[in-house]
Design a protein around this ligand. Sequence first.
Ligand code: PMP
Length: 355
Amino acid sequence: MKAWEANIRRVVPYVPGDQPKGERLIKLNTNENPYPPAPGVRRVLQEMDYDRLRKYPDPAALVLTDCLADYYGVGRDQVFVGVGSDDVLAMAFLTFFNSDKPVLFPDVSYSFYKVWADLFDIPYETLALDENFCIRPQDYLKENGGVIFPNPNAPTGLLLSLGQVEEILRYNSDVIVIVDEAYIDFGGISALSLLEQYENLLVVQTFSKARSLAGLRIGFGIGSPTLIQALNDVKYSYNSYTMNMPSLVLGVEAVRDEEYFQNTLKKIIATREKAKVRLRKLGFSYPDSMSNFIFAAHRQVPAKELFEALRKRQIYVRYFDQPRLDNYLRISIGTEEEMEELFAFLEEYLDRWKA
Ligand code: PMP
């Protein structure tokens, strides 16, 4: 090893899902929205004045924070935006988790939490889900340096009720509690209504899933002005221009079209519920997902075998080669047609397997 190599910081990175290329493939592996963004996004993109790219974007991202403040009925000083919710969450770890006590999060959860904790040298403790993959709110009643969990959880899709989220908040008034609501629009009730009572709550959401804009990278956090001010101070100490101009204006367009948003959600939820019935008929079991994916295990066929067979057919789902998860496939909800192809393949494959 060269002497200078001793100065390199070594980290174990988060591994994002594959982004395979090809025309005919069916991509159900990274929980993207199968439907295009709102039509207004296309219009504004086509009309965009490219000369504006000469200039730096607004560092405060006000068009977008104001639009979100209006939409969610909070003050403009309560909204923070970032480059996907990953950016908002990373910044929140850096800003809010500065205790010697461990930050708490579920053991089966968004795997990025561990990576940020390691990157920023934050002590943490993971708390086991119960035998049905549920978060147990009472486990979070212990000394800690902060709490974070996704709701619905990933990759299980299971939702905590607002009452359960509040239970965790009630226990934890001395630390900052982050609720990662990446998938909340697919059937959950947001913790935003608890913001008035809990100044230590940060709710984080994204445009990547329900708003079909994973490619633009927009996420946001909503919390008390004290939390948002602290996040902004850290952001301005790091990179003032996190949000590029196209993301700002196109993000606003996506929020404007409420009817399109609701219709898209309705379609995905209906497809998800139909998929649950078909999966069960085929011999799969799964936690009852309230997100845009289903985490399913077959009673006979190992998940890894199914994953590989599907991939050969250009149908991509997510497989986690980890204890407790390694017999499950995480299947994102696609269009009706995509799900039809998935099920046609599974039916045929499982029939052959039985024979
Ligand atoms: N939180 C959870 C629970 C997620 O699954 C994801 C998606 N990988 C994110 C946050 C981050 O999404 P994005 O950065 O696209 O907003």
